[in-house]
Design a binder for this molecule. Structure first.
Ligand SMILES: NC(=O)c1ccc[n+]([C@@H]2O[C@H](COP(=O)([O-])OP(=O)(O)OC[C@H]3O[C@@H](n4cnc5c(N)ncnc54)[C@H](OP(=O)(O)O)[C@@H]3O)[C@@H](O)[C@H]2O)c1
Length: 334
């Protein structure tokens, strides 16, 4: 039988305005960096996507190089979109990116107009789409003039291949310059995608203030520190974990004793709030009104359902916030 989405899915989610734009994004978005490549199980990732859509998640985040192999996450997503969600394209926000190495030679990496233009065309072909909703420059390019990179992004919007533009991994000074150039070109930057979690907090050092001043949204990635901010590793490394998958993005060397002890203490706090540690880690990010959405990953549909339930308790008492700060600062001193 054909998939029928849950009729009440939009009641299960919150939707936040993205900066000063007209676009709202779900408080929780789903990324396809891991668990969606050719090496993964097709039925599982289809169920992850459909569970997300049934939970009110309307935003799916991709990049040219997601897989492995690079490009396969876009292909897999495109297939599911056209088979299962074909009547719902207008209810879905799809983003993709270019900026990391995608093909050999001097035109398959970084931020030239040549690379970005060709890459978006490839992404559209892989996903069988006419346009993406958001196109990101994935990381700053120290060699290409920022004016060229931003002009290429503006061109994609003018050509109708992307509706909005975003940047990712840009530090405050380079982000500010990018925002100015984009504004002058008539395509204001919609959103910034930085890494942000309880374990990685550089965005608090100027970026969030800048985004608020500039009216640009913020969608942090790896909010669970790839699984470290869950109860997953408290009693060893499970066979069904990202670490055991062995793709190198999270490996045994990252599972240090101090992080496990910290996760254990945070887990006790989360239980006192009647939440899982994953839910508390997401709520902790979403408590800041400058955050538009948190960008989660998932290896199972149940993780999506559990993570969305963080919305049941986004409030922290001052005492809880102080306790979390104390735990995090203890680790910083280790
Ligand atoms: N712009 C960039 O440079 C950049 C870089 C990285 C990622 N991203 C984006 O951010 C997205 C998310 O990144 P991420 O996958 O690192 O995010 P994450 O949410 O920090 O980690 C996801 C992992 O945490 C575990 N998990 C998730 N929900 C859980 C739950 N409820 N309970 C227990 N464990 C849970 C799973 O680990 P197991 O797999 O071990 O089960 C899952 O694969 C990516 O898909 C991508 O779209 C962007």
């Amino acid at each position: 039988m054909n998939y029928q989405p849950l009729p009440n899915r939009y009641d299960l989610m919150r939707y936040n305005r993205t900066g000063n734009s007209g676009l709202k994004l779900p408080a929780i978005s789903l990324g396809l960096w891991q668990n969606f490549g050719t090496c993964d199980i097709a039925d599982n990732y289809k169920r992850i996507l459909l569970t997300a859509f049934d939970s009110g998640i309307t935003h799916f985040d991709l990049a040219n190089n997601y897989g492995p192999p690079p490009g396969s996450a876009e292909e897999d997503f495109g297939n599911i979109l056209h088979r299962e969600l074909k009547y719902y394209r207008d209810e879905i926000i799809i983003s993709t990116k270019a900026g990391y190495k995608m093909w050999d030679g001097p035109y398959g990496d970084w931020g030239s107009k040549k690379y970005l233009t060709a890459s978006l065309d490839q992404s559209l072909r892989r996903m069988k789409l006419d346009y993406v909703d958001i196109f990101y420059h994935h990381r700053p390019d120290p060699e290409t003039p920022l004016e060229e990179t931003m002009a290429a992004l503006n061109l994609m919007v003018k050509q109708g291949k992307a509706l909005y533009i975003g940047i990712s991994n840009y530090k405050p000074a380079e982000a500010k310059k990018a925002f100015r150039i984009l504004k002058e070109l008539g395509t204001p930057c919609l959103i910034h995608q930085p890494k942000y979690s309880m374990l990685e907090r550089w965005v608090e050092d100027g970026l969030l203030d800048l985004l608020e001043t500039e009216g640009v949204g913020c969608i942090p990635f790896s909010p669970l520190a790839q699984g470290m901010l869950t109860d997953k590793y408290l009693n060893g490394i499970p066979d069904d974990s990202r670490v055991k998958k062995g793709l190198g993005f999270l490996s045994t060397k990252h599972i240090t004793q101090d992080k496990i002890e910290l996760a254990g203490k945070l887990n006790e706090m989360a239980m006192r709030r009647s939440q899982s540690l994953a839910q508390m880690a997401l709520a902790w990010i979403l408590k800041d009104k400058r955050i538009t959405s948190v960008l989660i990953g998932a290896s199972k549909p149940e993780q999506v359902t559990a993570s969305v339930q963080c919305l049941q308790n986004l409030n922290f008492t001052q005492e809880e916030l102080t306790d979390i700060e104390n735990l995090l600062s203890l680790r910083a001193k280790m």
